[in-house]
Write a protein that binds this ligand. Structure first.
Ligand code: SAM
Ligand code: SF4
Length: 537
């Protein structure tokens, strides 16, 4: 073996030999191609590789196989996060910009990154042109989400040419993918930093290396995951807050990349969650949303097992006016939770219950582990306990082998459930998932046509549900100015319907009552009703 080749293998034990056979059986040649890299040592003795003109320090590359591993090993809880003293000044006089793609989990991760950056002395900016550090917090759920990020990385190249000292970092779910990191290494060498979803708490050290070194820094942990408490956090709002109750997902739906990018299901301890919720109540927050990819699995993995029902029953007693939760998996939604939700008060009567499909064969192929009948039975039990509950859902059209008849089953289910609204998606094959090995055999034109029919139905049901609200008086939490008209304020009902009200700005962040005067497909218009009038009504 040549010296050069030996050095490659020492640096990256998973390195693929030229004929494509992996040293640890994995075919990295397909994903992570270091074959054109030259390895050397930098001044600090770290291994550096050179691809094209760019020097790259790979502390740890992503590893899909490790990402999907699930062992019995206990989760480690860390309470010792702190910013090293010598790094506290690295952001003095500098600005940061974070662009967030994807779900609420990413939005919440961005809050942690912003918190860390502010402890490093950075202040935020809304303009990439003013920023010294730009982070793209990415989403991998569908191909078009990834394409958007690559488009943005491309745009930012001009900015980097003008201001080479700007640090451009890529983080979030896409960073956990070997193919993505490889593409950045090979084709987007103006990127300076890549880190993943498991090592956000390492941001101070990684940024320090990216700012002071000339090399691109890559560190993506693919461990199953720990729980890191007490990270600094800069919350995006003052009225509503996200509260993570668990991380990761063990459901492994056959189409979904989340279990690979977010690690195994691991719950935060109830006492840590209650502490955070109490703290938010003290600060005057009016609404919290408990977050997790599969919140109904909450507590099962804890040393002292718990459940979402038990947790919500505790949170019910905290003086915070509104509590939501997302996302539910129908399979784990149990009667204990229904019983607790039926107590109402601050537990809101809106259930987001992703069904994905209405046909049993497709549900089986998707690995959802429930049937259409079981889903409807669950929804009926919820409706019986909470007659005013509204339902929303997620649906995927064009899954491999989906026939016209099977698609019709989706439509009949949607009609039967009378969802208030739904997130509807065209199936997108995600490399490394079981579904991606099935033939993606529904033509795009058919997928689009089905999506359009589905959306028409969802919109009709949404309009009908809104029409039934005409003249009703509802509680609205005012979130801020309407995006379309700053003279109008906008908020949401307990059942998550958007309401626009013309009232004074001091109502922002307040719970008010509004009488619905006009209904549209996706929103309602209302006028302020004084509290005393509601009491006397
Ligand atoms: N954990 C949640 C659940 O089980 O419903 C949702 C997680 S995912 C971030 C949000 C939605 O993206 C899913 O409910 C699903 O409808 C959609 N999705 C996930 N993978 C997809 C794929 N490969 N193609 C299209 N849509 C997908
Ligand atoms: Fe993805 Fe299924 Fe987990 Fe939801 S439950 S995150 S769809 S694997």
């Amino acid at each position: 073996m040549s010296d050069h080749k030996r050095r490659q293998n020492e640096t990256n034990p998973d390195h693929t030999e030229k004929n494509g056979k992996s040293l640890d059986q994995k075919d990295f040649g397909k994903y992570f191609d270091f074959s054109n890299a030259v390895f050397e040592e930098n001044d600090e003795g770290k291994n550096v590789m050179k691809i094209g003109g760019r020097s790259i320090v790979v502390n740890e590359p992503p590893n899909y196989r490790q990402g999907q591993r699930r062992r019995r090993k206990e989760v480690d809880f860390h309470y010792d996060f702190s910013v090293p003293e010598q790094m506290k000044q690295i952001g003095q006089g500098k600005r940061y910009y974070i662009r967030t793609y994807g779900c609420q989990m990413n939005v919440h991760d961005t809050e942690n990154m912003a918190g860390i950056l502010e402890e490093l002395g950075f202040t935020s900016t809304d303009e990439t042109a003013d920023a010294d550090v730009i982070l793209l917090n990415t989403c991998a759920i569908r191909e078009n989400a990834e394409n958007k990020v690559f488009g943005e990385i491309g745009h930012l190249k001009n900015l980097k040419l003008e201001k080479p000292e700007v640090v451009l970092g890529i983080c979030g779910c896409m960073s956990q993918e070997e193919t993505v990191v490889n593409k950045i290494l090979q084709k987007h060498q103006h990127v300076d930093l890549i880190f993943g979803t498991h090592n956000i708490h390492r941001l101070p050290e990684l940024l320090h290396d990216a700012i002071l070194g000339k090399e691109m820094v890559v560190e993506v942990w693919s461990k199953e995951g720990d729980v890191v408490e007490n990270m600094p956090r800069k919350r995006a709002g003052k009225t509503q807050a996200w509260v993570n109750i668990m991380y990761g997902c063990d459901k492994f739906c056959t189409y979904c990349i989340v279990p690979y990018t977010r690690g195994k299901e691991r719950s935060r301890k109830p006492e840590d969650i209650i502490h955070e919720v109490r703290d938010l109540a003290r600060q005057g927050y009016k609404e919290i949303t408990l977050l997790g990819q599969n919140v109904n699995a909450y507590g099962k993995d804890l040393e002292d097992p718990s459940s979402l029902g038990k947790l919500m029953d505790m949170i019910r007693q905290v003086d915070i006016p509104r509590v939501r939760f997302t996302t539910s998996h129908p399979r784990d939604f149990d009667d204990e939770l229904i019983e607790v939700l039926a107590k109402g008060d601050n537990l809101l009567e809106h259930i987001h219950l992703p069904v994905q499909h209405g046909n049993n064969e497709i549900l089986k192929l998707m690995g959802r582990k429930y049937t259409r009948e079981q889903y409807i039975d669950l929804a009926n039990r919820i409706k019986k306990a909470m007659p005013h509950a509204t339902f929303t859902t997620d649906l995927i059209v064009g899954f491999p082998n989906e026939t016209d008849e099977q698609f019709e089953d989706m439509l009949t289910l949607v009609e039967e459930m009378r969802y208030d609204s739904a997130f509807t998606y065209i199936y997108s094959p995600r490399e490394g998932t079981p579904a991606a090995r099935m033939e993606d055999n529904v033509p795009m034109s058919v997928k689009k046509e089905r999506l359009q029919r589905l959306n028409e139905l969802v919109n009709r049901l949404s309009a009908e549900s809104n029409a039934a609200m005409q003249g009703q008086t509802v509680e609205v939490l005012i979130e801020g100015e309407s995006k379309k008209n700053p003279d109008v304020l906008s908020g949401r009902t307990r059942t998550n319907k958007r309401v626009n009200v013309r009232t004074s700005k001091d109502k922002i962040g307040q719970l008010i009552y509004a009488k619905i005067t006009n209904v549209k497909t996706w929103s309602l218009d209302g006028e302020l009703v004084e509290y005393s009038e509601v009491q006397n009504a």
